[in-house]
Ligand binder design. Structure first.
Ligand code: ZN
Length: 258
């Protein structure tokens, strides 16, 4: 488990390291992403403590073919997701916030915090986290699953979308479901959340009971949608995704009721 006590690591220069490239994350030679303890290279950013020892991330360029984040998520234990998710998001933040968005001045990280501050005007920048809703719409024992044109052939999934400024998560669930498949939603209940570092989403999982059943697919974000049951399931999202968790958890519940 990653202990997020950054304040105690402000002067730390050695410990475990995660190496993040432009496309992938380095293997440690034993199937994991955490490299053996050593002196940290220049530019390493402390992330916290892992197994009691300091852990940092370094951004590298020109890597060979390191596994992609998605390949790692399929491979790692779920308890290690926080490591790769934190490393990827902190590296992206440091890379994309080198200059102030207000005055163009250089930004510098404050040691012991995930905070960059403009050296000219003082504007502060924190790692960006973009909240998204992801929802399984249900009607009795039926699941509403849809596919985006970007999906692999035959795969369907739950509906998802970014929360817009000024909107609550529940409002985003109702809006996204109506926009994407034309269904009105009744009762909404919270499931759980998952950090999704491609590139910096926080997925908030919900169940939504359908108040109407007719589907009207938007044809842009969604190219097909349908009602399924446990015996007629299409190809599903990968096992590590919260989308799959929403589906499996619902199917376990309906199996118990029979
Ligand atoms: Zn500035």
């Amino acid at each position: 488990m990653l202990e997020r006590d950054l304040a105690g690591l402000a002067d730390c220069r050695a410990g475990y390291l995660i190496r993040v490239g432009e496309e992938g994350v380095a293997d440690n030679g034993q199937g994991g992403i955490v490299q053996s303890p050593d002196r940290w290279p220049q530019g390493a950013i402390a992330l916290g403590r892992w197994q009691g020892e300091p852990l940092a991330v370094i951004a590298e360029t020109g890597e060979a073919h390191w596994p992609t984040p998605r390949e790692w998520l399929a491979r790692l234990d779920e308890r290690d997701f926080a490591l790769i998710s934190t490393a990827l998001q902190v590296v992206r933040w440091a890379r994309d916030h080198r200059f102030c968005g207000r005055c163009g001045g250089a930004m510098r990280q404050r040691p012991g915090e995930f905070m960059m501050q403009c050296t000219k005007c003082g504007l502060r920048s924190y790692p960006r986290i973009s909240p998204c809703i992801i929802t399984l719409v249900t009607w009795r024992d039926r699941l509403l699953l849809a596919r985006s044109p970007r999906f692999a052939a035959g795969r369907f999934s739950t509906l998802a979308g970014f929360i817009e400024p000024g909107e609550s998560a529940e409002e985003a669930v109702r809006r996204e479901v109506l926009e994407e498949v034309g269904v009105q939603v009744g009762r909404i209940s919270y499931y759980r959340s998952q950090s999704w570092p491609m590139p910096h989403s926080l997925m908030l999982g919900f169940y939504a009971e359908a108040a109407s059943r007719e589907l009207r697919v938007d044809g842009v974000e969604i190219e097909a949608a349908d009602w399924f049951d446990a015996n007629t399931l299409p190809g599903l999202p990968p096992s590590y995704s919260i989308s799959r968790g929403l589906i499996e958890n619902f199917l376990r519940g309906t199996a118990r009721r029979e």
